[in-house]
Structures are given as C-alpha cells and as structure tokens.
Design a protein around this ligand. Structure first.
Ligand code: 2AM
Length: 179
C-alpha cells in the first residue's frame, strides 16, 4: 500500500515566505517549507496497482497552465481551529484542473473523499486545544494582508507521503506538465 496525493508545488521563494510568515504566528507543529503545497486530491493509502492506474490517468489529463496567487491567511475548524492555511485567489483553471485530477483518481479506484474543493496551502495542523483561538486570530490580523504571486503553474505532481515521528516526508513520484 502507498499513501499518496496529487498536488501543485510552490516556487522556493514562495515556500520560504510562507514558512517565515508562519513563524510569526503562535502555531504548534508548523510544516517545514519543503512540505508546503496545494493539494488537488488526497488518494489515501492505496494498493500500488491503483497508484499506477492513477498515474496513467493523470498523465492523460489535458489542462491549461495558469497563474496562481496566494491571498490571505485563515483557519479551518470554526471555533475550534485545527488547521492554519494560506488562501488562494479564485482561478477557474485551477478548479477545472482539480476536478479532472479528482475524477481521474476516482476512476483509478482511489477512495477520494467527496468534499468541496477549497484550495489552500496548509501551514500547520493541530488539535483543538493546542492553540488559543483568539490569540491566533489576533496574530493573523496583525500579519495583515498576505499575498504572494501570481506565479506560473506549469505542472502538477503525484507525491508519496511517509508518516514519520518528526512529521511527514513527501517524495515526488511523477510530474505531469500542463498545456
Ligand atoms: P490538508 O493540507 O488540507 O491537510 C498530504 O497529506 C495532503 O493531503 C495534505 O495537504 C492534506 O490536506 C491532504 N489530505 C486531504 N485529506 C487528507 C486525509 N484524510 N489525511 C491526510 N491528508 C489529507
């Protein structure tokens, strides 16, 4: 079985900025810069032949390249936040790409959860209670209007995730050009 996901990775300078920014927030377990990405579909723990089939379907996807802009910071989880993220400016070509990737992963047999796509770059994940919501919200407001890009997105990739003691380690398995 392998645990994998399809994602857009970010240019090094954008990752570095996001990592620096997350240092300004009172967050536990921030993601290291090399792990920052925009997930298109989480395929879960799947048998290798399913991952191979997903790879073939991803390679057959035809989608236009586009420019991505990160905008704003936010929290998922309502009154009990569990994730801090950088937001993504609306981009219909991103939404179309995500729909194709999700459909291809499902066709390959991956149990992709049926959830509305809310594009984001996770900065930190935590358990409710590990952060003080009011303090974190205040810090996000104090950071002000975060924006990065637009930067070109010319490919997406399939990553393997290995869970370890110090956090996840991601390995790129294949890359798929757009356009
Ligand atoms: P997240 O950033 O919103 O947590 C690798 O784990 C990527 O797959 C993460 O970016 C994560 O999204 C996404 N993902 C989606 N559903 C997941 C799940 N049930 N377990 C782990 N990761 C998931």
């Amino acid at each position: 079985m392998i645990r994998c996901f399809a994602a857009i990775d970010l240019p090094g300078p954008v990752r570095d900025r996001l990592a620096m920014l997350s240092q300004l927030l009172p967050l536990p377990r921030r993601l290291p810069p090399e792990n920052l990405h925009l997930t298109l579909a989480f395929l879960g723990e799947i048998p290798e032949p399913v991952a191979e089939e997903a790879h073939l379907s991803f390679a057959a996807i035809r989608a236009e390249p586009f420019a991505l802009e990160l905008r704003g910071l936010g929290l998922f989880g309502g009154g009990k936040p569990r994730l801090a993220y950088a937001g993504v400016a609306p981009e219909p070509r991103l939404d179309r790409l995500q729909a194709k990737v999700e459909a291809a992963a499902r066709r390959a047999g991956a149990p992709v959860e049926a959830r509305r796509f809310v594009p984001h770059v996770t900065l930190a994940r935590f358990r409710p209670g590990e952060v003080e919501p009011a303090r974190l919200e205040h810090a996000i407001l104090a950071v002000g209007n975060f924006a990065a890009g637009p930067f070109p997105v010319e490919s997406f990739a399939l990553f393997r995730s290995r869970l370890g003691r110090g956090g996840s380690h991601y390995e790129e398995l294949a890359r798929y050009p757009l356009g």
